[in-house]
Ligand binder design. Structure first.
Ligand code: NAD
Length: 240
């Protein structure tokens, strides 16, 4: 018996990094996982299926939604995980940097959830997990665009927790705010800065993708059946 037997899960940005760790752990617990990503899957796992999708493309998201519902009849779990950074000090930040990050990290989350949330509401069941960041909770120098989106998804989390359950549906919406976790996203960050980030945590180390995935699995499953509208910081006790 798996914790997610018979469940259908959509994970955006599921081709690598945190999305990969979540897709693999959900599939191992019995879920059918659709890893929706602009990139090809970097791994193979039984019951994880890649789907080429740019979450900023409204028409493509609609086509994706129609195809998944036609094939599986439902979506039980949505993880809004796809995200990008385009860092710059505010005085130097270009419109392109601002718009690109808002479009993926905030509008992309809206594009997915405005279709899948109401479907869950009609079906009477669902768990949505938004991947925020410590940067959305504490702010960070050089990341005004990213911080705005990651704080924004915390507002969306609370709003959707209220909206999708208001007629009595068992739809829960929560957020995870990861600290610095070893994925490709950190590839461009110099090692000395990563060492500084590690020192800022109580556990004196960076996170591993599996340590985010285990919390996502908990929130996705009925183990978290009375938890909604919450943000769980998974950051080793970090203070920026
Ligand atoms: P990553 O760069 O390794 O993976 C992100 C994935 O999202 C990639 O596969 C990419 O192709 C996909 N993606 C990007 N834009 C997309 C789009 N428009 N449509 C579909 N897919 C798209 O990053 P990661 O570290 O795995 O990050 C996953 C999430 O976790 C992001 O939202 C990120 O902001 C958040 N996060 C990461 C960290 C960290 O330290 N790694 C910390 C806090 C929060």
């Amino acid at each position: 018996m798996g914790k997610l037997d018979h469940k259908v899960a959509v994970i955006t940005g599921g081709a690598r990094g945190l999305g990969q760790a979540m897709a693999v752990s959900f599939a191992k617990e019995g879920a059918t996982v659709i890893a929706a990503d602009m990139s090809e899957l970097t791994y193979t796992e039984k019951n994880v299926f890649g789907y080429h999708l740019n979450i900023t493309d409204v028409d493509a998201v609609k086509a994706f939604f129609d195809e998944v519902v036609a094939k599986y009849g439902k979506i039980d779990i949505l993880v809004n995980n796809a995200g990008i950074t385009k860092d710059s000090m505010t005085r130097k930040m270009t419109d392109e940097q601002w718009d690109a990050v808002i479009n993926v990290n905030l509008k992309g989350v809206f594009n997915m959830t405005r279709l899948i949330g109401p479907l869950m509401e009609v079906n009477g069941y669902g768990s949505i997990i938004n991947i925020s960041s410590v940067v959305g909770v504490f702010g960070n120098i050089g990341q005004a665009n990213y911080a705005a989106t990651k704080a924004g998804v915390l507002g969306l989390t609370k709003t959707w927790a209220k909206e999708f359950a208001r007629k009595g549906a068992n739809v829960r919406v929560n957020a995870i705010a990861p600290g610095y976790t070893m994925t490709d996203m950190l590839k461009s960050v110099p090692q000395d800065l990563l060492d500084d980030f590690a020192k800022l945590t109580m556990l004196k180390r960076l996170g591993q993708p599996e340590e985010i995935a285990s919390v996502a699995l908990f929130l996705a499953s009925d183990d978290a059946s009375y938890i909604t509208g919450q943000t769980i910081c998974v950051d080793g006790g970090m203070r920026l």
